[in-house]
Design a protein around this ligand. Structure first.
Ligand code: PXP
Length: 239
């Protein structure tokens, strides 16, 4: 039974749409924790399109479970992470024009930089995770970079429409979870997971935590955040 981390970025997206104070992502984190989540995820993007620096400082104080900061390899962001000291840092790729994190980090291409950033974060007592596509080469390079945790990108599974393709993507996630575990990594997964497609991923043996954002915040518009989170917790726990 995996844990659930809720990504609260889109609460801030809504706030930024009007440049006002509401809705407040810190309050959202509190509600998520009350509803039983295991961690709060926030992505401080270089373009600051949703979460702001002030938010993560307030989150650092308010979060009682685990604060998982999604971040790029940008030097200024790394400096912020080092002063903030979140419980966990998940390194993700970032492109300014993207709508959301598209594709995993290319660990092979950015290996030296990743290894260096992971090392300084770890030396500050931060648990480091890399967000990667479910591919053997990316997973084994994660281990080579001195990182102990991966988050497998579930986007291809989530986007697959044909049943056969979906089965194939799910199978890849299963195999890559087993592979990552065999080489000693803790395995998380996320991206594009919804109420209707999360169950098969939650059932994969060896997945430690699922990180879900957009689906929960979207459902919250209709049923409220606490209920939206509770519904997802129930699905994940009873899968
Ligand atoms: N995990 C990572 C690393 C992400 O970048 C995101 C999106 O911010 C998520 C999980 C959550 O994805 P979604 O919003 O599609 O649930």
């Amino acid at each position: 039974m995996p844990k659930l981390g809720v990504n609260i970025d889109h609460v801030a997206t809504l706030r930024q749409a009007r440049g006002e104070r509401e809705p407040n992502p810190i309050e959202a984190a509190r509600v998520c924790e009350r509803a039983g989540v295991d961690s709060i995820v926030a992505h401080l993007r270089e373009d600051r399109r949703h979460i702001q620096e002030k938010d993560i400082h307030l989150l650092r104080k308010a979060v009682g479970t685990r604060l998982n900061l999604e971040m790029s390899l940008d030097e200024r962001i790394v400096a912020i992470a080092l002063s903030l000291r979140p419980d966990q840092a998940t390194i993700v790729p970032e492109r300014r024009s993207e709508i959301t994190t598209e594709g995993g980090l290319d660990v092979l291409r950015h290996f030296r930089r990743i290894r260096r950033v992971a090392d300084v974060l770890k030396r500050s007592g931060i648990l480091v995770s890399l967000f990667v596509d479910p591919l053997p080469a990316q997973i084994s390079k994660t281990k080579d970079a001195g990182v102990d945790m991966v988050e497998l990108h579930t986007g291809s599974y989530a986007l697959a429409t044909a049943a056969s393709r979906k089965r194939q993507e799910l199978n890849t996630l299963k195999q890559m979870t087993a592979f990552a575990r065999r080489i000693g990594l803790t395995v998380n997964a996320g991206h594009g997971l919804k109420y209707h497609n999360v169950r098969p991923v939650a059932r994969i043996p060896g997945i430690e935590e699922l990180n879900i954002g957009h689906a929960i915040i979207s459902r919250a518009v209709f049923v409220g955040l606490e209920q939206a989170v509770r519904e997802m917790v129930r699905i994940v726990q009873w899968s």
